[in-house]
Design a binder for this molecule. Sequence first.
Ligand SMILES: *[C@@H]1O[C@H](CO)[C@@H](O)[C@H](O)[C@H]1NC(C)=O
Length: 159
Amino acid sequence: HYDLILCWSPFCYQNAKRVTSVADSLNVDFAVIHKGRKKSNEVDCMVLVGEVKDRVAVLIDNMADTCDTICHAADKLISAGATDVYAILTHGILSGPAMSRINSTFFEAVVVTNTIPQEEKLNHCPNIQVIDISMILAEAIRRTHNGESVSYLFSHVPL
Ligand SMILES: *[C@@H]1O[C@H](CO)[C@@H](O)[C@H](O)[C@H]1NC(C)=O
């Protein structure tokens, strides 16, 4: 059971809308992390809006490469009193320092899909978990080929 879902709002209304609909369907609250930039040469600052103290927080993003952002966000959540932090990422590029950053951040788990092969990375990072989406892609191709509804898959996930 998760208490809280989090999203980014880097000037992106679409992201916030998507996360509120996920949060609604799971019947959990949500919070927002604004990624601000004071000046172009200054370090990103993050502003957390929402109550995370004593709660389990789930960070959602569509992709993560070096994981600088999600690791900073996780630190922010922990220092704001979150008990556990999970990250769920669609595309886990996880290049360069990503794995050692994830290792040294207090993530319960970082969950990615296998749109990018992850076997290698699993050996270097014990808290990465992988969701296999091959059946979803196969079914989307089959449905497209047969002229059937693809949006059916938004609510019916083949496993
Ligand atoms: C991450 O930590 C595990 C042990 O918990 C270690 O085996 C692995 O080498 C570390 N990976 C990196 C990239 O630091």
